[in-house]
Ligand binder design. Sequence first.
Ligand code: ADP
Length: 515
Amino acid sequence: MKTHRYAIGVDIGTTSTKAVVFTEKGEQVHQHSIDYPLSAPMTGAAEQDPEEIFTAVVQSVKLVVKNSAINPSEILCLSFSAAMHSLIAIDSSNKLLTKSITWADNRSAKQANSLKQDEKGRAIYHRTGTPIHAMSPLVKLIWLRNEQPDLFEKSAKFISIKEYVFYRIFQTYIVDYSMASATGLMDLKELVWDKEAMEIAGITEQHLSKLVPTTHIVDSMNEVIAAEMGISANTPIVIGASDGVLSNLSVGAISPGIVAVTVGTSGAVRAVINQHRTDVKERLFCYVLTDNYWVIGGAVNSGGIILRWIRDNLGENEVAIAQQQDRDPYDLLISLAQTVPPGAEGLIFHPYLAGERSPLWNANASGSFVGMTLRHTKAHLIRAMLEGIVLNLYLVAQALQEEIGEFKTIMATGGLMKNIFFRQLLADIFNCEINVPNSYESGSLGAAVLGLYALGKIPDLNAVSQMLGQSSQYQPIPENVEVYQKIIPMYTRILQQLQGEYDRLAAMATELNNK
Ligand code: ADP
């Protein structure tokens, strides 16, 4: 009988941890995910309980091994993906001093703004590849030092959620170059902790974990935890990388000209390059994937969150009809948008309802309809809003093209890609072929592939292209492209005019709210 061998990819995400068993050929055997909450005990906070996440990791591995009925001796490795930018303070007896402060925590916005104005901040962005923003652990450290000096003083280590999980399994603090490259504290070129960034944060190298490659293997795990997971304590554990870079690998977007676009609650445009680089205009991030690959791109706030707003504020009828007919309200709302022509008869929407990261990096950015007349209806509003989401993503893509050249094809994923009209909209506005994988496992497949590569089971990461299932393809429709090519410069020009007003508008809104 042929023996099978498996790699398990574990993706420690913001809303859940998912463990997926793959064969050596990348076929999915079984998956198990465990959800956990994101709590906001005060305005701007977005925290999680590290112990709860650790338990989710152990339980998801345990259940996926059990339910897939594989033999522990058949497991080649476990390999990890994790959400970027989290920060946890640990005291000198390795006890938690804080929760995991996630990427979504906005409490250090003020510190981000002042570091951004500083020449040193700009230089740090270019050396580390992490944009200066409240999400960045560097900025969170400055905030923590200012706001909670006693706690800061007591801290012996500052780590991410992945380092916490690894500490619990191996009793040692290690961090892969990929996760470290998203802290704003690691020099991308030299792959060492950046002295000036540490100085600005008020820490030393002692406060940080040991840096290791993303293919680093650890194989002597805590026996009790191994038993709890239902695996052998000698199973090779590959440290892996961050979800931001592994999602490109998961979708096979690692060759020149192939770009990954994700539109879930938020969105991102990313490409893999073989030499690290940053953007003169500071719109893009650059993070490590392996020794030879970096991921460059931009993450936006304005994704499905806008469609959710449409459903909750304009979609009362559609939600009711959907309930009666057992349909999806998103499908009904998007069908309504399809009843008006491309360009929504001159109505342009800037989608910054949640501020914006790339390409604006302004938490005060806000949304606007421009060109509205009596002719426009709810259908126009929805169409313009959907177009606005894609036009904003296109600005990020333009910034990326300035750095890495033209795209040949786009691999598109995320909740909005369930909708065929939205897929075509992406093809038309980007004027590029779009491929949507029929099945897709965000970070888990990427983690498993990186694990197989670390073990020498595959010669290089390009092997992922043979592991991907089928995808659906969409070509741009020339008549629609012509319309959007006219709208793009208009959208951009109007945005430039509005940008000068965003801070004043936000200040006015705060003043009015406080009255
Ligand atoms: P996340 O980014 O949080 O992991 P998803 O990738 O599933 O989540 O994206 C969620 C978003 O996808 C929702 O906010 C919604 O805007 C959008 N969405 C969900 N279902 C559909 C659908 N049937 N058609 C179009 N968009 C959808």
